[in-house]
Design a protein around this ligand. Sequence first.
Ligand SMILES: [Fe+2]
Length: 298
Amino acid sequence: MNAPTSPLPPRVGVGLKPQHYVPALEAVSASTPLSGGCPVWFEVHPQNYFGAGGPPHRWLSAFATKVPLSFHSVGLSLGSADGVNFQELEALAALCESHAPAMVSDHLSWSGSGSNRYPDLLPVPYTREALDHFAAQVDRVQDRLGRTILIENPSRYLAFAEDEMTEAEFLHALCARAGCGLLLDINNIEVSASNLGLDAEAMVDAIDPAPVGEVHLAGHASEDHAHGPLLIDDHGSPVSDATWRLFERFVQRAGARPTLIEWDTDVPAFDVLLAEAAKADAIMQATATVPEPTHALA
Ligand SMILES: [Fe+2]
């Protein structure tokens, strides 16, 4: 498989939220860098910047001159049976041209069919037919953007009886077929493993680090049900202890990678994000035993 790859620095980043524009820009503009945990890159959902101009674009441009950006799309709907959403793809291409992000990613999921669009990242069956289709859609996106993208492993709440391979086998085959990279969300592995009765450590160990260009860490909610807890991937709380342990396990094997603290609901004060980021940075600096990647995705 390809060499380790990412044009993002192998340090910590945070999701950029409008309520944090001022303290975040002050932090990355400080003449004396803040202590560990100060993000050295930011991730945004490009769909929040598809409007024409105005303050959101001015803020995004201000950050783009200071730090690398990662565009984490939630709207390409790559797994839809009728193919990628071309309206979203054209808007994403225009934003990439205007703000030159270091990285672009989307999800192993689908969000609509025909004129029906859903605000969810719905699961894809792990079959050879779905792999053929998904790889072809990734090809179309990469051709249009003129760059390699990352695909994120999903949080799952069900599995398909028709599955023909494991999630890791599907993702590795996708990377090999389409030449894309992998965005490894370790919270999503904890959520999927708990909900589907799988072994989270085995799922992490099954991931080939070579194509992993970015890592996500986030919190989740838990609902009590008669058959046991249901974990919900809501990005609304601190990273769980189990996810931190899985992250440490991955970093011990893979080395430091660009790692994002993802917090999208009940967004806390910026200092709270910095504390989570400092924890991720400390784990990478204390645990990483593998040399940092030196090659960039094409
Ligand atoms: Fe994620």
